[in-house]
Design a protein. Structure first.
Lengths: 232, 256
């Protein structure tokens, strides 16, 4: 058979199988998006709290936050997932796969978010904070109206990067049997004996989901590099 | 006799082992203007920063309108206030920074309205109106919707003054408001300061503009090495200084 004919035969399989695959894969996409969105939201909240802890004047909070960041970034997300899904069972905590994945991935992402937010706040000039204090803002007000809005603009591109990472890491949830893209792809590959075909589909789905995010990240990056101050 | 509006007593400040203010006393009545002059590193900025506790003094006390600033009395001891407790006291003192420090993510109008809105608790509309009034005072009303980076240094500094005015402060502290500016922009800022002085506002002005200090100030303070060397009316301190160090400083400026 010529190469061309082989390729044709390869793709002909999709025409045959897609009607059967599209349903479960479509539902799996929804699950992947749910896990990603919720884990990311959790990561943002955890990251913000930890970042404020790292910037706190209380040495205990600072220490605790630093330890959190080190652990969250140093321990593989898969280990965290297994710990939450299997490890807590003896303690009587039994979680479904999706919530366990959300919590594990979110706690993990929180470490990265914390460092990004901290860097963003660190990058705003001390004078900005002092100007806020001098008009009579409380420390909380300085954070709320001056430091966080400015840090957010600096942190935005890397935060989109974390979102992409969470999307990709969400495939780990298949290993605790959350019904996401990866798990469905494995199911189908073992039932239909077409691993290459379905794994290509899985890869393409992740890629297509990440594509607009990557585009947004580089657009943001370009805009930020024009200067912190430029603004529509 | 009434108490002075602002009273500084025995103010000391050390950075680590280095003491940069060795006990400064200064009193200032309502509507008075004090100009502080002196060589670089003599502690002028540090005095202003200690007055509103951006820098915590290592000794001495500050009173504004009879209220002890940055400290409270507990028995016979003085205890420093927290940043949160300091906030309402700082609101009573406007601070105009050498490098402006406008907030880049807010428009000119928002920069000025933030205090009235979020500190003084005015309604948003009311805060914006007050901000516009203050911008008009510094002749910056036409730039209200610009972002700070689109303004010249002189314009940014005038917005900085509007922001301080919007606090409705009892005293305004100016830290070399024109020394980060190109020479051709100095005049517009000085003339606004002059207008504010003419309104009867109480102010302390740290400046290298000796001629301006003579025109505007009621009292000129000459500092050197963390101490006040002499103070008095401009005619005395600038035109007929008693101390050799003052003479030398003014002489250098004259030639420079
Ligand atoms: N945060 C700081 N840490 C250590 N030393 C400081 C700090 N701030 C000021 N100093 C020192 O304190 C002294 C007084 O500084 P200050 O800024 O008050 O001088 P200045 O009179 O305002 O000078 P200039 O005319 O250059 O603005 C200087 O020797 C300076 O190096
Ligand atoms: Mg100075």
């Amino acid at each position: 058979m010529s190469l061309l004919a082989e390729l044709q035969a390869f793709f002909a399989v999709y025409a045959l199988k897609w009607p059967e695959w599209s349903g479960p894969m479509g539902r799996a996409v929804i699950v992947t998006l749910q896990i990603t969105a919720l884990a990311y939201a959790l990561g943002l909240v955890v990251g913000l709290v930890v970042a404020l802890g790292r910037l706190s004047r209380n040495p205990f909070l600072r220490r605790a936050a630093a330890v959190y960041v080190e652990v969250a970034r140093g321990v593989p997300a898969l280990v965290v997932l297994f710990l939450i899904y299997y490890g807590l069972v003896p303690l009587g905590v039994v979680l479904d796969a999706v919530p366990a994945a959300v919590i594990g991935l979110g706690l993990s992402a929180g470490g990265y978010v914390a460092e990004i937010v901290r860097a963003g706040i660190g990058a705003t000039h001390r004078g900005q904070r002092e100007a806020g204090a001098s008009i009579g803002l409380t420390p909380l007000g300085v954070y709320r109206f001056i430091l966080i809005p400015q840090a957010a603009r600096i942190a935005l591109p890397p935060l989109v990067g974390v979102l992409i990472a969470v999307l990709k890491d969400s495939s780990l949830a298949s290993l605790i049997s959350a019904p996401d893209i990866m798990l469905r792809a494995k199911d189908i590959s073992s039932s239909d004996f077409l691993p290459l075909h379905i794994l290509l589909v899985a890869g393409a789905l992740y890629f297509v989901l990440a594509l607009p995010l990557s585009a947004a990240a580089s657009a943001l990056e370009r805009r930020m590099s024009r200067g912190l101050k430029s603004r529509p | 006799m009434t108490d002075p509006l602002l009273k500084i007593e025995g103010l000391r400040k050390s950075f680590g082992a280095l003491e940069v203010l060795h006990g400064v006393d200064l009193a200032l009545d309502q509507s008075r203007k004090v100009a502080i002059i002196g060589p670089s590193g003599s502690g002028k900025t540090t005095i202003l920063r200690c007055v509103n506790y951006l820098e915590v003094p290592t000794g001495g006390h500050v009173w504004l309108d009879g209220e002890l600033i940055g400290e409270k009395r507990v028995g016979d001891r003085f205890v420093h206030l927290s940043e949160r407790e300091l906030a309402p006291q700082r609101r009573e003192m406007g601070f105009v920074f050498q490098n402006f420090y406008l907030w880049p993510h807010l428009t000119v109008l928002e920069n000025v309205a933030l205090g009235p809105w979020r500190v003084q608790g005015m309604a948003r509309r009311e805060a914006m109106d007050l901000a516009e009034t203050m911008l008009d005072k510094v002749h910056m009303g036409h730039k209200r919707d610009e972002y700070p980076e689109r303004l010249s240094g002189g314009q940014q500094q005038r917005v900085g003054m509007a922001r301080a005015l919007a606090q409705q402060p009892k005293v305004i502290l100016f830290d070399e408001p024109t020394s980060a500016l190109d020479p051709e922009l100095v005049g517009e800022v000085l003339s606004v300061i002059q207008e504010l002085a003419a309104e009867g506002r109480t102010m302390i002005l740290v400046t290298h503009e000796i001629r301006f200090a003579r025109d505007v100030a009621d009292v000129v303070v000459f500092m050197d090495g963390g101490r006040i060397v002499e103070q008095g009316p401009p005619a005395a301190v600038i035109d007929d200084p008693r101390h050799e160090r003052t003479r030398r400083f003014l002489g250098q400026l004259g030639r420079g």
